[in-house]
Design a protein around this ligand. Structure first.
Ligand SMILES: NC(=O)c1ccc[n+]([C@@H]2O[C@H](COP(=O)([O-])OP(=O)(O)OC[C@H]3O[C@@H](n4cnc5c(N)ncnc54)[C@H](O)[C@@H]3O)[C@@H](O)[C@H]2O)c1
Length: 279
């Protein structure tokens, strides 16, 4: 769909990283923004930045996307005052790396609640209203490379992101009859504050292997602004899948066309990551 002046866009995770860059880019295009995040202070900063550049933020609200009742209430309020959205963007997420034997049930709950229930709540509360009101539009969900490849130490994160890719693929077909396009964004490394907030269970922050891993991450990370640009183009061209960097294209290609090499690469990654636990 064409994104134009006044297009109504709902974005989760707008306070930081990819969500923030996306909100700023969309603001520059003259759209009407509806922003949410669990971090109120950072969300206000994003809103101030957009408004200083003459962007329009009609609503910004602190909300935990893992809390169905809270998302439902926010959606009802927004729909009552502004009607259905044109574009819904599920971007908020958290990262947690762990070996399964080190994880508590709370680790699982936290990741699945934010990364899977969050997007489901966005779809339940906002996309179904678009259908009810016969509003054509677009749905974007930010998954990850971890939603396409079995990345070691990503068991809960990967489960949530594979599910996001899966539900996006189903909705690609189910929403077509309602003229709602679907895009799933699968970034590899993106230089955002997630690099610092990622929880690596039972591994010390100062562990030299972790420091090295984060350095390597930054060396081939793309900017959140680039992800926002790619997502913008994908919406306009109704492109289903966005892979954000060449390394992701290569790994996904190898998985489909040369599985033994893909398998070997992941075994090497697994070997290297397991070494974090040995120090
Ligand atoms: N940065 C990367 O390398 C990378 C790679 C692949 C996928 N992703 C995905 O991109 C998305 C955005 O991540 P980012 O890198 O911009 O990280 P980020 O930490 O910069 O931004 C994530 C935002 O989500 C918000 N958030 C977290 N839990 C929330 C909740 N329960 N309710 C509402 N808001 C919540 C945070 O407050 C934050 O503002 C996530 O879904 C992440 O999994 C990131």
């Amino acid at each position: 769909m064409k994104i134009k002046q006044g297009t109504k866009i709902f974005i989760t995770g707008a306070a930081s990283g990819i969500g923030r860059s996306t909100a700023i880019l969309m603001g520059e295009k003259g759209v009407n923004l509806f922003l949410t995040d669990i971090n109120g202070n950072l969300l206000s900063e994003t809103v101030d930045h957009i408004r200083q550049k003459s962007g329009t933020v009609s609503v910004h609200q602190v909300c935990d996307i893992g809390n169905y009742e809270a998302v439902k209430k926010m959606a009802e309020d927004i729909h009552q005052s502004h009607g259905p959205m044109d574009i819904v963007m599920n971007i908020a997420g958290i990262a947690l790396f762990a070996l399964i034997e080190d994880m508590t049930h709370d680790h699982w709950k936290k990741v699945i609640n934010t990364n899977l229930w969050g997007p489901i709540h966005g779809i339940e509360c906002f996309v179904t209203e678009m259908i009810r009101q016969k509003r054509p539009g677009h749905l974007v969900t930010v998954a990850s490379l971890a939603g396409l490849a079995g990345l070691p130490w990503h068991v809960a994160y990967g489960a949530s992101k594979w599910a996001c890719v899966g539900l996006s693929e189903v909705l690609r077909y189910d929403l077509k009859q309602h003229n709602i396009g679907v895009t799933v964004v699968c970034p590899g490394a993106v230089e955002t504050p997630l690099k610092h907030s990622v929880e690596i269970v039972k591994v010390n922050e100062g562990n030299p292997r972790v420091i090295k891993m984060k350095q390597r991450f930054s060396q081939h990370a793309v900017t959140p602004e680039k992800v926002a640009e790619l997502t913008f183009t994908a919406i306009e061209k109704n492109k289903f899948m966005v892979l954000t960097s060449p390394d992701i294209h290569i790994l996904y290609f190898l998985k489909r066309k040369c599985y033994p090499l893909y398998h070997l690469i992941l075994r090497i990654v697994s070997y290297q990551m397991n070494k974090m636990r040995e120090i």
